[in-house]
Design a protein around this ligand. Structure first.
Ligand SMILES: [Fe+2]
Length: 293
C-alpha cells in the first residue's frame, strides 16, 4: 500500500461557525485551536495546529479538503500526477501560511470542493490533551480521519481519487435501499486507514456534498463516553452504536446543526500491502447503527 498522503484537514463553511461549538467541543471532545488570520475558528484532534477550519459563509458544506503529503517528494509527485490528468493545479505561497503549512497547491475536485495538497501541517502551541477523550484520536500515519462525499459526478470523482491522487479502492457497497433504488458507495485508501475518502453516488444534486466526517479514537470506551454525551444533548442520532461490515468500525453517527453528520468510531481494520479484499458488500452494518432520534 502506497503511503503518500493523509487527510490533513477539512475546511467547512457554515453561516454561524459558533453553532458547531457544542457538538465539536462538548460532545466529541475536540479542542479549539488558534483562529485563522481571518478569525475562523479551528479545532484540533491531535498535536497539529488544526484539523477542522470553520469559515463563515453561506455554502453550509465542506469547501476544501486538505491532503497532507508525507514529504516533499510525495507533494511533488501528487501535484505532477494531478497535472498529468489535465487538471490545473496552482501552488500558492500566500495561502500556505493561512493554512499553517509549508507548501500548498490547489485544484477543484469533480465533487465540487477545493482540494489542497499540502506539506508539513504545523503543530499547535501546546500538546493535545482532551479531558473528554483521554485516549486521544488515532491520527498518527493515517491523518485526521475520513470523509464521505455524495456526488452526481461519481465516476469523475473516482478517477480523480485513483488517477489524480493515487488512492486505491478498498471495497464497495451496493445495496437496494428501496424498490429500484440502489445505494452505491466506493471506499478509497491512501494509507493504512481503511478509507480516507468514500464516494456515494448521488441520484441528483444534494444540498451538501459532505455526508460525514469520521474521527477515530484510540480507546473503545472513548466512543461510548462520546455517545453518552450525545445522548444527553439535543442533537439528532441518525445511527446509534453499531459495527460496519466492511471496515469493521464500531461507531455511531450524529447530526450536526449544519446538516452534515459526524461519525465517532474505534477499531477499524487497516489496509495492508497485500490487500486483496476489494470486493462488494451488500450491507452497511454487521449489527446496530439504528436511527435513534
Ligand atoms: Fe464513515
Amino acid at each position: 500500500m502506497n503511503h503518500q498522503l493523509e487527510l490533513g484537514y477539512l475546511v467547512l463553511e457554515v453561516p454561524e461557525p459558533d453553532t458547531l461549538n457544542e457538538v465539536l467541543g462538548d460532545v466529541i471532545g475536540l479542542l479549539p485551536g488558534e483562529p485563522t488570520a481571518s478569525g475562523a475558528p479551528t479545532w484540533r484532534t491531535d498535536r497539529r495546529a488544526h484539523r477542522l477550519i470553520v469559515e463563515s459563509g453561506s455554502t453550509n458544506d465542506a469547501v476544501a479538503v486538505g491532503f497532507e503529503a508525507i514529504d516533499s517528494e510525495a507533494f511533488d509527485r501528487t501535484v505532477g500526477r494531478l497535472q498529468a490528468t489535465g487538471l490545473a493545479v496552482v501552488e500558492s505561497t500566500g495561502e500556505a501560511e493561512g493554512r499553517r503549512v509549508a507548501r500548498l497547491a490547489r485544484t477543484t475536485a469533480p465533487w465540487g470542493t477545493e482540494v489542497e495538497i499540502v506539506l508539513a501541517l504545523a503543530d499547535g502551541p501546546t500538546p493535545f490533551s482532551s479531558a473528554l477523550v483521554p485516549g486521544g484520536f488515532l491520527t498518527n500515519g493515517v491523518g485526521l480521519g475520513h470523509v464521505v462525499l455524495a456526488t452526481t459526478a461519481f465516476e469523475e470523482s473516482a478517477a480523480f481519487l485513483t488517477e489524480g491522487l493515487g488512492f486505491g479502492q478498498s471495497d464497495w457497497l451496493e445495496m437496494e435501499i428501496a424498490e429500484d433504488i440502489t445505494l452505491e458507495v466506493r471506499f478509497y485508501h491512501c494509507n493504512a486507514r481503511h478509507h480516507t475518502v468514500a464516494l456515494a453516488r448521488a441520484p441528483f444534486a444534494l444540498p451538501q456534498v459532505l455526508h460525514h466526517v469520521m474521527f477515530e479514537t484510540n480507546h473503545r470506551d472513548d466512543v461510548g463516553a462520546a455517545f453518552d454525551r450525545l445522548w444527553a444533548s439535543d442533537l439528532g442520532i441518525p445511527n446509534g452504536l453499531g459495527r460496519h461490515d466492511n471496515d469493521g468500525m464500531f461507531s455511531f453517527y450524529l447530526h450536526t446543526p449544519a446538516g452534515f453528520q459526524i461519525e465517532v468510531g474505534f477499531g477499524a481494520r487497516v489496509v495492508t500491502d497485500s490487500w486483496a479484499e476489494n470486493r462488494r458488500y451488500d450491507r452497511i452494518s454487521a449489527w446496530g447503527h439504528q436511527a435513534l432520534r
